[in-house]
Ligand binder design. Structure first.
Ligand code: ZN
Length: 195
């Protein structure tokens, strides 16, 4: 394809997860043909989000404030710290309505083949966060993929060496699963049955 604004738009849309060339073209054509206002709102929303959304200093989830709303919420049980791989997984746990502790978001999981190590996912920051003297139990809610399990294993060892109680979401969440795609009642059950 020749260089053009349309091609640039299609290429930009293709960067989204799960979007191939056909879908990207369909989205681009739709926006230009039927929804130019929507396209401008999308452009503005993207710019605002990229400018304003950073990471919470305490839990690393997305936040426009230095410390996110969840970490600042006095109703939350600060003795429980749930470790998840992504803000999407955090949102999945929040939707169950059955967890009232705090979170730590790794922003990834160990993946030696892709060069993602302990430093990249913030293990040192997690150990510091969990050692604040208030946290009594760390719940590992990394995914049930091979990499998520390896991550949970490494974290469990490091946390236990520091005398912290560590639990893992119960099996029941299917092996190979990304938490964000698991249904809510399954996650809620896995949370209650953690060990
Ligand atoms: Zn936070």
């Amino acid at each position: 394809m020749a260089e053009s604004s349309l091609n640039a738009l299609v290429e930009a849309l293709r960067r989204l997860p799960g979007v191939g060339i056909k879908s990207a073209q369909r989205m681009a054509f739709h926006l230009l043909q039927h929804d130019r206002d929507g396209a401008l709102r999308l452009a503005q929303a993207l710019r605002d989000a990229v400018d304003k959304v950073g990471h919470c200093q305490r839990c690393h989830t997305f936040s426009e404030q230095p410390v996110c709303e969840t970490c600042r919420d006095p109703q939350r049980d600060a003795r429980l710290l749930c470790v998840v791989e992504s803000p999407a997984d955090q949102a999945a746990l929040e939707r169950t309505g059955s967890y009232h502790g705090l979170y730590f978001v790794l922003l990834g999981r160990l993946s030696p083949l892709d060069g993602v190590g302990a430093r990249d996912i913030g293990v040192a920051e997690l150990l510091e966060r969990a050692g604040d003297g208030v946290v009594e139990e760390v719940i590992l809610a990394t995914s049930f993929t091979a990499e998520g399990e390896a991550t949970a294993h490494l974290l469990a060892q490091a946390l236990r060496e520091r005398g912290l109680k560590v639990t893992r979401l119960a099996r029941g969440v299917p092996a190979g699963s990304e938490l964000e795609y698991v249904d809510l009642s399954t996650i809620a059950h896995a949370l209650v049955e953690r060990r």
